[in-house]
Design a protein around this ligand. Sequence first.
Ligand code: ADP
Ligand code: GLC
Length: 489
Amino acid sequence: MRILQVSAEIFPLLKTGGLADIAGALPQALAGAGCEVRAVLPGLPAIRQALLESVVVGQFPTPWGETVGVRLGQLAGVPGGAGLLSAYVLEAPALYDRPGNPYEDAQRRPYADNHRRFAALGWAAAHLAHGLDRAWTPQLVHCHDWHAALAPACLKHWSGAAAAAVPSLYTVHNLAYQGVFDASVFGELGLPPAAFAVDGLEFHGQVSFMKAGLYYADHLSTVSPSYAREIQTPEQGCGLDGLLRARRDHLSGILNAVDEAVWNPATDALISHRYLPERMAGKALCKAALQRHIGLAEQVDAPLFALVGRITGQKGLPLVLAGADEIVAQGGQLLVLGSGEAELEQALQQQSQRHPGRVAVHLGYDEALAHRIFAGSDVTLVPSLFEPCGLTQMYGLKYGSLPLVRGVGGLADTVIDADLATLADHSATGFVFGPFTDAAYQHALRRAFALYRKPAAWARVRQTGMRQPLGWAPAALAYRALYQRLVGP
Ligand code: ADP
Ligand code: GLC
């Protein structure tokens, strides 16, 4: 089956979060399940520079009168099956020739022409589905997040001669980021006036890319079974729960997985010492190296709690800030790696100044340090307000850093709380708390400390976590089954 994957990011070339990890791992996983995947990506500098042996296969006019070239090549560093991933990259320097974050400028302001930048991506997918590259036409278009979400609308409204219907799957990685624009941009999207309606991409008088995907895609998926249920409720539906309930028969939850070629303490070249579940000595050395590197007291018996993630309300930073004193009071250490909202960043820095050697904060994005943190920490904190899937708790499991998570979305689907029963039957893998309150979070912290003081029990939970099957094979089979249903016999 020929699948065209549409996304704005792809690991290791361009990443702001988990979306990139998934877009980078899925093509090879799907190749293992017998699919042939090609990607279409915006021509952002990091992506253009990595495109090898490329040729121009065609071009198309945008609705606002620009010409976008489409180049086909192989993406350096991204496996796509037997070799590198074949990718179509859009050539439109006026839209994409901007370094750094793909969505916002250096002052963290969204680019004013984002609707054009990602409408071009949607139209590119539709053109490829209708023969722009005569040598390869996908049987299905798989779009990821709002940046790719105009594609299903473009496909549905395609009006070329002999237009064969190419089905689309739209995967929501995070319903909170919707790509909403002023109604005045609608005229630039190239869609018929009827599309600006409740039965279309209109959302409270504005244009919503997210809604275009949710309304027009033949099938919807999201990245965990729990989140698939949660987004159908007013609490977590971000205003779109009605539409999601209406489409619930066309909505699947497929749990993300871990790319074990990248995230594996037995082979990871980014960490100082490698280790296996049955040979854990390297982990203690990783912890000491991390403490030294990051300016924490080099104390082997101080449980090290770490959070790697975007510094936003979603990730539960208010709980982490309020709980820092509790960690320090109990003799533990706290390390945060991330970047995001200025106010939260400042508050984190204040905590680290109050507790030198006990609380460390590294602001910024550092892929190698993230690996060293999972390897060197004892507990991976993911106390999210909501979490579509979450990858860091799974990296924590793989690296023997017990996840401490709030029981929502994919966190609830991947971590088994250590209670008397699960400790007794050896199924426990971490700590799960319920209400988004300081009290519930700090109670979970205290439970982690209590278990840490029982080294044998701690080691057993860690072993169970490290041995969890988290690879891509089951998800790849689930996606393939979905594709097959949509493509038909
Ligand atoms: P989200 O996609 O909501 O940001 P995920 O847990 O799904 O959350 O994925 C986050 C990904 O980004 C993980 O691979 C994590 O290690 C990585 N990451 C987040 N922040 C940073 C950072 N500051 N430095 C390095 N890696 C980071
Ligand atoms: C989103 C979600 C995160 C998920 C990731 C990959 O960014 O916030 O929970 O793991 O996408 O699907």
